[in-house]
Design a protein. Structure first.
Lengths: 286, 291
């Protein structure tokens, strides 16, 4: 079963929830899809057993064959090619690697060359298999890395897989939850938290994913995120109280459930609630 | 116009909270929210009127005319984004399609065409001489960088003569962040004293450095982990980055924001610290202070 952990707003506790759930689940896989700012590995400190470079193919023009017809320049929707002073110039940074220029060039003057955009690391930490995607700084899109991360683990479906998603609801989040069987929305009790919870709520509905919410940093008194969940009839899987000790453990990149029985119980209860909510039937639906 | 952009790498460190305080303190006539994926600045800047809304067209999306389609499979074979599938008929996955036009080009019977698609909405609030530019990307859409550029363009076009414009950014280091950095005079990074926060801060600093932008750093909730706060300050000294100050963890900050106010609207420790950071940041921005 694949469980995606997401939130519209950043810093609500996606990594806290997914890392600790992966540990209490024991035989599990943790995948960090927040390739722009991956943090799960800082908690797991996994023994890295494999590293794979992820690259995309960008055009390479053979100047000896190019006759300057500019078909490629006219075709490119991303303006990644220009014809300047009798030469085709490629702007790597804006190329989407669609391959159109290579297909269309009547002279067959364009071939592909690999450009590294990041890497994937696989390792393990106390029985949890940890995959991390890391985007190179300065690169625009981590989508190819996320695709690679999620396609590589297809065969190991006897384990529970936790997917730690990037914040927001844009293309990278969509890519991360695409094949998820269940989604956990992590929310915090602030005005921003509720506004952004609404966004991911709309997203999981749009993709027809079964889902539930985890309310983090809960204080005494009224919780706007809880109110929202009740209004929208969203199942609340669990509440994590605001807790200085938990905050300190987390800020020191310690896995809370390993440090204190209290948190182990808290996250085990949460995991039970999720497993009950996300029966295996959902896994066979997709 | 000098443009100051607020970024953090990690989400939830307090970009919008601090941006809204800076907007109040500077009484700026031009500001923008470039977090088009999850914009929040409008929630605490007390807008009095409805914004002017404009549809934002992103890249076009491919559409297959099923009557003309001969099911040859060329489009699917050549699409690098796995955006074409076939169950009963050939179909384009709206969200996966990047609008590159390869399918249109390879289709032997001209059954595929690119259709313009609304990818989001630009919003412009005008209150007297103050303009606030923001946008909301539609769910699951890509290319947020283009929309970010539009938000900044809209702010510039609508505002008159302005000394300092303030821009709230988005988390991460990818496409929308890169687009927001382009052309600004300085980036203020809101760091958080956690191991994750430090890792993310280093990555956003690397990114901003690649684009040659001036950088200053401040720490939010610094007293939640003093050891990590020291590490961040040391890092700034090592890297020669100006340090603008630190803000304590403050329950009143959450209360202010939940009521739609900025932290400088009320008397609270985080507000007081932010005022000092504001003064120092502006000095750094205007080159009145080095280091």
């Amino acid at each position: 079963m694949r469980i995606a952990v997401l939130s519209g707003k950043g810093g609500t506790g996606k990594t806290l929830v997914s890392v600790n759930l992966a540990v209490v689940a024991k035989k599990s896989i943790y995948i960090d899809c927040d390739v722009e700012e991956p943090n799960g590995h800082l908690f797991f400190k996994p023994m890295v057993t494999e590293e794979k470079e992820i690259s995309m193919q960008i055009p390479k023009v053979d100047e000896a064959i190019c006759n300057g017809c500019r078909k490629c320049v006219d075709f490119c929707k991303f303006n990644a090619l220009a014809y300047i002073k009798g030469k085709i110039i490629v702007f790597d940074d804006v190329c989407h690697s669609c391959g159109g220029c290579m297909i269309l060039c009547p002279q067959k003057a364009i071939s592909g060359r690999n450009k590294s955009i990041g890497k994937i690391r696989a390792g393990s930490s106390d029985g949890v298999v940890v995959y991390t995607g890391i985007l190179n700084t300065g690169e625009a899109s981590g989508v190819p890395i996320i695709k690679e991360l999620l396609s590589g683990i297809e065969s190991e479906h006897n384990k529970t897989i936790f997917i730690d998603c990037p914040p927001g609801s844009a293309c990278i989040v969509m890519e991360s939850i695409k094949d998820a069987d269940y989604c956990i929305l992590v929310a915090e009790p602030t005005l921003f938290g509720v506004h952004n919870l609404n966004m991911v709520y709309e997203l999981v509905k749009l993709f027809n994913k079964p889902f539930g919410a985890v309310l983090n940093k809960c204080l005494e008194g009224e919780n706007p995120a809880e109110k929202f969940c009740i209004e929208k009839d969203i199942r609340i899987l669990g509440k994590i109280p605001f807790d200085r000790q938990l905050g300190t453990l987390n800020s020191n990149a310690k896995i809370a459930v390993k440090e204190n029985k209290k948190y182990e119980e808290q996250f085990s209860t949460l995991l039970d609630a999720i497993i009950k909510e996300a029966p295996y039937e959902t896994a066979t639906n997709t | 116009m000098k443009q100051l952009l607020i970024l953090s790498g990690k989400g939830g460190t307090g970009k919008t909270t601090i941006a809204s305080a800076f907007i109040k303190l500077s009484d700026t006539k031009a500001y923008a929210d470039c977090d088009v994926d999850a914009p929040n600045l409008h929630l605490i800047t007390q807008q009095v009127s409805e914004p002017k809304k404009t549809d934002y067209y992103g890249l076009s999306k491919a559409e297959i005319d099923t009557v003309l389609c001969i099911a040859c499979g060329k489009c699917m074979e050549n699409c690098r984004f796995d955006a074409i599938s076939t169950e009963v008929i050939y179909q384009v996955d709206y969200f996966a399609c990047e609008g590159c036009g390869v399918c249109e080009a390879v289709c032997p019977v001209k059954a595929i065409s690119l259709k313009p698609a609304v990818a989001g909405e630009l919003m412009l609030y005008v209150n007297g001489k103050k303009v606030f530019s923001t946008a909301q990307l539609r769910m699951g859409n890509g290319n947020s960088g283009l929309l970010v550029s539009e938000v900044k363009k809209q702010m510039k076009n609508a505002s008159g003569k302005v000394d300092i414009a303030l821009i709230d950014g988005s988390p991460g280091i990818g496409c929308p962040v890169i687009a927001s950095i382009s052309g600004v005079d300085m980036v203020l990074i809101i760091a958080e004293p956690s191991v994750s926060g430090i890792s993310d801060m280093e990555r956003i600093i690397k990114t901003a450095t690649k684009f040659g932008t001036k950088i200053a750093v401040c720490i939010n909730k610094y007293d939640t982990n003093l050891e990590n706060t020291d590490k961040i300050e040391e890092y700034c000294i090592e890297q020669g980055l100006p340090f603008a100050g630190k803000i304590p963890f403050d329950q009143d900050a959450v209360k202010a924001v939940n009521n739609g106010y900025s932290i400088v609207d009320i008397d609270c420790p985080s507000g007081t610290a932010t005022k000092e950071i504001y003064t120092k940041t502006i000095k750094i921005l205007l080159n009145e202070m080095v280091g």
